[in-house]
Design a protein around this ligand. Sequence first.
Ligand SMILES: [Zn+2]
Ligand SMILES: [Zn+2]
Length: 126
Amino acid sequence: MGDCGDLHGSCLCGGIRYRAALPVFHASHCYCSMCQKQHGAAAGSYANVASAGLVIEQGAQLVTEYASSDDGRRDFCRVCGSTLFWRSTASPDRIAIALGTLEPEYSGPVERELFVENKPAWLPCG
Ligand SMILES: [Zn+2]
Ligand SMILES: [Zn+2]
């Protein structure tokens, strides 16, 4: 792990690097249709942390934001398209970090599944 046990992550092209201070308040797999579309996957998997502890160490100019709903903001890399963060303008003290962008791999528990009624039938392989 890195300095002080912070979380560290980057996008696919490596242009953006960030760190986030612990603790993780909770982690979740969200199967809502917006997460599925943006991630191109069965779920958006996120760790919820304090927004004050998030530092973009490199490539802040590449971080691009999409307003997916009145409150929802989804940040991605404009070069490689990696999904990075989700936040709500209704709760600015928290931000969700896409688990798949963490290095090393996220080692904590995932306690929540959201919108499970929208979990795709193809998710289990066989
Ligand atoms: Zn990138
Ligand atoms: Zn979602």
